[in-house]
Write a protein that binds this ligand. Structure first.
Ligand code: MN3
Length: 244
């Protein structure tokens, strides 16, 4: 396997690599490596491969939930997004569209958000055998302490907001004008959208739709959230935090 192919596998894009290696310049590859989310700019959009096996997050998130969430739910957002933009001539840039999403078709808002949010979410988790001592480090850890007093206080606030969100949506750690904040969005909205009550750069994302946890946790959302902390990929969060 070439380095490039290996790279795409790493960032979860193997399904795209056949096409993408032909289209992507070295400069763009560097950007891909930094952000890991440039795939979101390729039209038509495709389902990114997970950067781990479906059972890798067990026992926190079970294999069947991961498989259905990825191959059914995320795939449906991708398919419906492609359908919604098929007449736009390949000029559609997902992250750009969020800035004026209030004026866009609701299908683009729901499915574009769905594709973007899930693509981030997969990368923001990783296997953590033993499930212990999973914490951020470096600059992100310092900023969390600066803005929330301590990592424990941050976790408490994030957990409370996630638990209390009514209905389906997402909980986010965002950077807003140099400061870290926790916010929630309904449905598949995200903090890059003009409709978001708090806007900023996503650093961490938690899917709190029932489809993310129902098979294993049923109505116990709080247990899902408590266990989810064990599989957070803090390296990825730090990468997003330090990206421009
Ligand atoms: Mn979901």
């Amino acid at each position: 396997m070439s380095d490039r192919r290996e790279f795409f596998k790493k960032i979860g894009l193997l399904g795209l690599s056949g096409i993408a290696t032909k289209l992507v310049s070295n400069e763009q590859l560097h950007a891909l490596e930094t952000l890991g989310r440039e795939s979101l700019q390729n039209v038509p959009f495709t389902l990114p491969h997970l950067p781990y096996e479906y059972n890798a997050l067990e026992p926190v998130i079970d294999e069947q939930t991961m498989m259905i969430h990825h191959t059914k739910h995320h795939q449906a957002y991708v398919d419906k997004l492609n359908k919604a933009i098929e007449n736009m001539g390949g000029k559609f840039v997902l992250e750009e569209s969020f800035k004026t999403i209030s004026k866009a078709d609701v299908a683009i808002r729901n499915n574009g958000g769905g594709h973007y949010n899930h693509s981030l979410f997969w990368q923001l988790m990783k296997a953590n055998p033993g499930s212990k001592d999973n914490k951020p480090s470096g600059k992100l850890a310092e900023s969390i302490t600066r803005d929330f007093k301590s990592f424990e206080d941050f976790k408490k606030e994030f957990t409370e907001k996630s638990t209390k969100l009514f209905g389906s949506g997402w909980c986010w750690l965002i950077e807003q004008e140099g400061k870290l904040k926790i916010t929630t969005t309904p449905n598949q909205d995200n903090p890059l959208m003009d409709v978001a009550s708090e806007k900023g750069k996503p650093v961490l994302a938690l899917d709190i739709w029932e489809h993310a946890y129902y098979l294993k946790y049923q109505n116990k959302r709080a247990d899902y959230i408590a266990n989810w902390w064990n599989v957070v990929n803090w390296e990825k969060a730090e990468e997003l935090y330090s990206s421009k």
